[in-house]
Design a protein around this ligand. Structure first.
Ligand code: G4P
Length: 549
């Protein structure tokens, strides 16, 4: 009888495992995780609103408020959230569309936040490149591009603002082709005369019906026609119809079938045209995106082990820390991307770096503009954990065997400034520096002179300084001043302090230490760096442009 009981037990366990495997397969298979990268003003906020609208996550697009007046001000970043109802600092938004769960990771548009963007892209499976149809590929887009490319992300391009006089479609495609391969759909007209798009793979023409302001948030009605449909010429103005036939012919010559392998490798980008504001082409884009986008993929650990997203053991990567998301609660949130297994509220995980066991008691995610408690999560999901102290950027969380995902690279800082505070505000000042530092909002260096205790902020862009000052005031009540230093290049001495001893005086260079006490050399410019390298290169050993974790 006991043998039978054991057998029954085994059968039950097997059935449970099979069920878990099935759930994992199904849930991972319907995840689409992506980040929108764009030049500021290309329409990312508007596009996000429209995507949420289609996902049923919001019911009416919020008014996209003009922010011209406060364009350069830092407060704009926070004000923006209030104005739009979508949290800019929300990091990840979740919505459902046609059975898929889409996780949209937020990347700050401003170039000065590129470090943050970099980290976010480390958690993304796909990138959506938003281009302003009138401006084409802008410098910032190019830079973000490079980051996406470095990560080997599939890139899907949406050329926005086609309701305005735009560059010729071929011009934009030519720009894109310098970086990528071909396009899959094609605008018909632009500006007032933007009437629809031609979808190449299916040879279908999608026409948009114009609606008044009021209809804009509801989704434009579209009508699909075969390019060969005899009704079609009657529906489009003659010159646009002639142009379309010509373009369609040209497009045939220009490229072949959509090369999905190329898309997955980030070598070819499908291009869509539309207008986020008027809801033209957004749904067509979304439909194609969920078909084509990369699913959560297996990840490699530092030691080269491959972790499958459907592996039963939970693993996650901490890619971003943010303090004071809710100023009323002064909380700190660690954002984790689920890499494998099933995440469950209240589960215990180990932090691979410290070996500490942490209970994930209050996991959260953003659903449109609401914070929700997460009950479960699967590969591709992003979960916010309020557990200050336990987590650092780049941490791997595990339930099974200890393993670690590769560190997230950082950008080398190029701007340096002493951050000073009034003498009577030292305490909140130090607290603020610690908070913003822990979050990775800015890097901090210290003088090697023990009497100089003010921190040196090391940033990639000027706006990072402004954000730190704004938040010091807003969140910690400290009025800080900045004293810029005339250095522009930083190099970490990987050999440690020993290497610097006996080198004598280094000209045009200052030695600082990072928060871990490691030596960092600051140079006025590249020329000064080359000079020092020429003179002491052999003794200095390897210099790194950024701090390794
Ligand atoms: P961002 O987050 O990438 O910075 O862009 P955002 O959505 O804020 O859009 C920037 C501007 O472009 C906004 O105008 C927005 O209304 C406009 N825009 C977005 N999509 C489209 C589109 O498809 N067509 C046209 N014509 N404009 C678009 P704004 O002047 O800053 O604000 P507002 O005047 O609309 O309030």
């Amino acid at each position: 009888a006991s043998a039978r009981a054991v057998q029954a037990q085994q059968a039950a366990e097997q059935a449970a495992a099979a069920l878990t495997a099935e759930v994992l397969e199904r849930e991972v298979g319907r995840r689409r995780n992506f980040a929108i990268i764009s030049h500021p003003d290309a329409g990312k906020t508007t596009m996000t609103e429209k995507l949420l609208l289609y996902g049923g996550a919001i019911h009416e697009a919020g008014e996209v408020k003009a922010r011209r007046s406060s364009r350069s001000a830092t407060s704009d970043w926070m004000e923006l959230e209030k104005q739009r109802g979508i949290s800019i600092t929300s990091t990840a938004l979740t919505f459902e569309y046609r059975g898929c769960q889409l996780n949209l990771l937020d990347t700050p548009g401003h170039q000065d936040f590129s470090e943050d963007t970099y980290r976010t892209l480390a958690a993304a499976d796909n990138a959506v490149l938003l281009v302003d149809g009138a401006k084409g590929i802008e410098p910032q887009t190019r830079k973000l591009f490079a980051v996406a490319r470095l990560r080997g992300l599939p890139v899907f391009t949406f050329v926005n603002k086609m309701d305005r006089p735009a560059l010729n479609g071929f011009e934009i495609v030519e720009q894109l082709e310098k970086e990528f391969g071909l396009q899959v759909n094609w605008p018909i007209g632009s500006g007032d005369r933007f009437v629809g798009v031609y979808h190449r793979p299916t040879k279908k023409v999608v026409l948009y019906e114009k609606r008044g302001q009021a209809g804009r948030s509801k989704g434009a009605t579209k009508t699909e026609y075969d390019l060969s449909d005899p009704d079609l010429p009657g529906l489009i103005e003659t010159d646009l119809w002639e142009q379309l036939q010509e373009d369609a012919e040209l497009l045939e010559v220009l490229g072949d079938e959509l090369d999905m392998e190329g898309v997955m490798a980030g070598k070819v980008t499908p291009v869509f045209f539309g207008s986020a504001m008027n809801n033209f082409g957004v749904e067509l884009f979304l439909q194609n995106f969920i078909e084509m986008a990369a699913r959560p993929a297996p990840a490699q650990t530092r030691s080269g082990v491959v972790v499958s997203p459907t592996s039963p053991n939970f693993t996650g990567l901490v890619f971003k820390l943010q303090a004071n998301m809710d100023p009323k609660h002064r909380d700190k949130v660690a954002f984790v991307r689920v890499v494998s297994g099933k995440f469950e509220k209240g589960m215990k995980v180990r932090v691979a770096r410290s070996g500490r066991t942490v209970t994930l008691a209050a996991p959260q995610r953003m659903f449109a503009n609401e914070r929700q408690t997460v009950q479960e999560g699967f590969a591709g999901d992003v979960i916010g954990l309020t557990n200050p102290g336990a987590f650092a950027i780049g941490d791997t969380l595990v339930t099974g065997p200890t393993l670690a995902f590769p560190p997230i690279p950082t950008f080398s800082p190029e701007l340096f400034a002493y951050l000073r505070c009034p003498p009577n505000q030292k305490k909140p000042f130090l607290k603020g520096v610690e908070g913003l530092l822990g979050e990775g909002a800015v890097q901090v260096l210290y003088s090697t002179d023990e009497y100089i205790t003010d921190p040196v902020l090391a940033a990639v862009g000027q706006l990072q300084f402004e954000v730190v000052q704004y938040r010091m005031k807003d969140e910690y009540g400290v009025d800080t001043t900045l004293e810029p230093m005339s250095y522009n290049v930083a190099r970490w001495v990987t050999g440690g302090w020993g290497v610097l001893e006996g080198l004598g005086r280094l000209f045009n260079t200052t030695v600082m230490k990072d928060v871990y006490g490691r030596p960092v050399l600051l140079f006025r410019n590249d020329f000064a760096l080359q000079q020092v390298l020429g003179e002491h290169g052999d003794k200095l050993g390897q210099l790194s442009p950024y701090a390794l974790p």
